[in-house]
Design a protein around this ligand. Structure first.
Ligand code: SF4
Ligand code: SF4
Length: 345
C-alpha cells in the first residue's frame, strides 16, 4: 500500500526542495526522541487485489489479521510513550478485510488516539455501514483505483471488480457529503492510461462533482528491486534511484507495527519485517524500548555512511530535511513522557 501520510508535494519537488534549501530540523526531531510522532498499525496484511506495481505478490509473511489483544497492547504502549497519531496504513494488505476495524478505531479513541487514516482498494466498502464508518473517528480515507474502466482495473489490480469499487466510492462520498464531510476522502489513481484520457471519463467527472479530490501516480517505486520496469504497463514508469545524502525521513515518521507485532521503522517498504529496520516485536518488547534503542539511534546516525541493505536500491527514500506543516503538527501532538507515563517521571 502507498502511505496516506505523505505530503501532497510530489517526490521530485520534495527532493529538489531539500537540495535547494537544506534545513536543520534537529531541534524539532529531538522532540520525537521518546515517541514516534505517528504509529502505523497494520491490522491485517491480507489483500483481495494483486496490483502489478505492489510487492504484495512477493510477501513471504503469513497472511493474518492482528490479534485484538496485541492491538490493545500496541495502543497502550503508544499512549504511554506520549503518542496520539495512529495510522491504519499497512505495508501491504487492505484494512477493510479486518472484521474488527471499527472496534479498533473505538479502542484507539478511548486511549486518546486520533487519525486512523488508511489506504484501501475499496473492494469491501459496501460491507460497512457507511454512517458508522464515516463517524467512527476515521480522519482520512484514500481509495485507490486503476482508472475508470473495467478492463484497465482488471489489468492493473488483477481482479475483475471495477464496477463495485466505483459504486462503493460514489456512495460513500455521497453519504460523507450529507454528513458534512467528517472524513477526508481522496481517490488515488494508479493507471496505465494517460491522465488526459482519464479526466475525460464519466466516472472521473462523477467523483469530481461530489467534491472528491483525485490524485494520479505516474512514477512507481521498485520496492528495493522487487518490482521491475516490465511489471508496469502503459504510461507507468519507475522512479529513478535518488542519492541518499541525508537520513531517510521514514526513520522518524515511518514507524509501523506489522500484523504479527514486528516493529519496523519503515512501514513503507519493510515488506517481510526481516530487514535491519525491524527492531523487535511488540508482543514481547515495549514500544518505548524499541524506539529509544541504541540500534535505531545507530541507524539514524550512520545512515549516510552505512546504508541499511533495504535502503540501497530504494526509490521511496525521502530526505529528513523536508518536513512540512503536517510533520510539525504530528511532532506537536506528542505528549511529554512525564505526562504520558508517570512512572517514567
Ligand atoms: S490493493 Fe494495495 S496492498 Fe493490495 S495489492 Fe494493491 S497496492 Fe498492494
Ligand atoms: S530509504 Fe526506503 S527502505 Fe530505507 S527507510 Fe527510507 S523508505 Fe524505507
Amino acid at each position: 500500500m502507498l502511505e496516506p501520510w505523505r505530503s501532497n508535494i510530489s517526490g521530485y519537488s520534495r527532493l529538489l526542495l531539500a537540495k535547494l534549501f537544506p534545513r536543520d530540523y534537529s531541534k524539532e526531531l529531538a522532540k520525537t526522541a521518546h515517541c514516534p510522532p505517528l504509529l502505523g498499525i497494520e491490522t491485517t496484511n491480507i489483500c483481495n487485489a494483486d496490483c502489478v506495481f505492489c510487492a504484495y505478490q512477493y510477501m513471504e509473511r503469513p497472511k493474518i489479521i492482528m490479534d485484538f489483544d496485541l492491538y490493545r497492547k500496541i495502543v497502550d504502549d503508544y499512549a504511554e510513550c506520549g503518542g496520539r497519531n495512529v495510522g491504519l496504513a499497512v505495508t501491504v494488505g487492505d484494512p477493510l478485510l479486518d472484521p474488527r476495524l471499527l472496534d479498533r478505531i473505538a479502542y484507539g479513541r478511548s486511549r486518546g488516539m486520533q487519525g486512523f487514516g488508511f489506504f484501501t482498494n475499496g473492494i469491501l466498502l459496501h460491507k460497512f455501514a457507511q454512517k458508522a464508518l464515516l463517524t467512527s473517528g476515521l480522519a482520512a480515507l484514500h481509495i485507490s483505483l486503476a482508472g475508470f474502466d473495467r478492463e484497465t482495473y482488471k489489468k492493473i489490480y488483477r481482479v475483475d471488480i471495477y464496477h463495485r469499487v466505483i459504486d462503493n466510492t460514489v456512495k460513500l462520498a455521497e453519504v460523507n457529503n450529507l454528513l458534512g464531510r467528517p472524513v477526508k476522502i481522496t481517490v488515488s489513481v494508479r493507471s496505465s492510461l494517460p491522465i488526459r484520457q482519464l479526466i475525460k471519463t464519466e466516472d472521473y467527472r462523477r467523483l469530481r462533482s461530489l467534491g472528491v479530490p483525485v490524485e494520479f501516480a505516474i512514477r512507481y517505486d521498485s520496492w528495493s528491486g522487487k518490482i521491475r520496469p516490465e511489471d508496469l504497463q502503459g504510461v507507468m514508469r519507475m522512479r529513478p534511484l535518488p542519492q541518499k545524502k541525508q537520513p531517510c525521513g521514514a526513520l522518524w515518521f515511518g514507524a509501523t507495527v506489522h500484523a504479527d507485532g514486528a516493529f519496523t521503522v519503515c512501514g513503507c517498504r519493510d515488506l517481510d519485517g526481516t530487514s535491519e529496520l525491524t527492531l523487535g516485536n511488540l508482543k514481547e518488547q515495549s514500544l518505548h524500548d524499541l524506539w529509544t534503542s541504541e540500534k535505531l539511534q545507530h541507524i539514524k546516525r550512520h545512515f549516510t555512511t552505512v546504508l541499511p541493505d533495504i535502503c540501497v536500491d530504494c526509490t521511496q527514500y525521502s530526505p529528513v530535511s523536508i518536513l512540512n506543516s503536517w510533520h510539525f503538527s504530528l511532532i506537536r501532538d506528542i505528549r511529554p513522557l512525564a505526562v504520558a507515563c508517570p512512572e517514567h517521571a
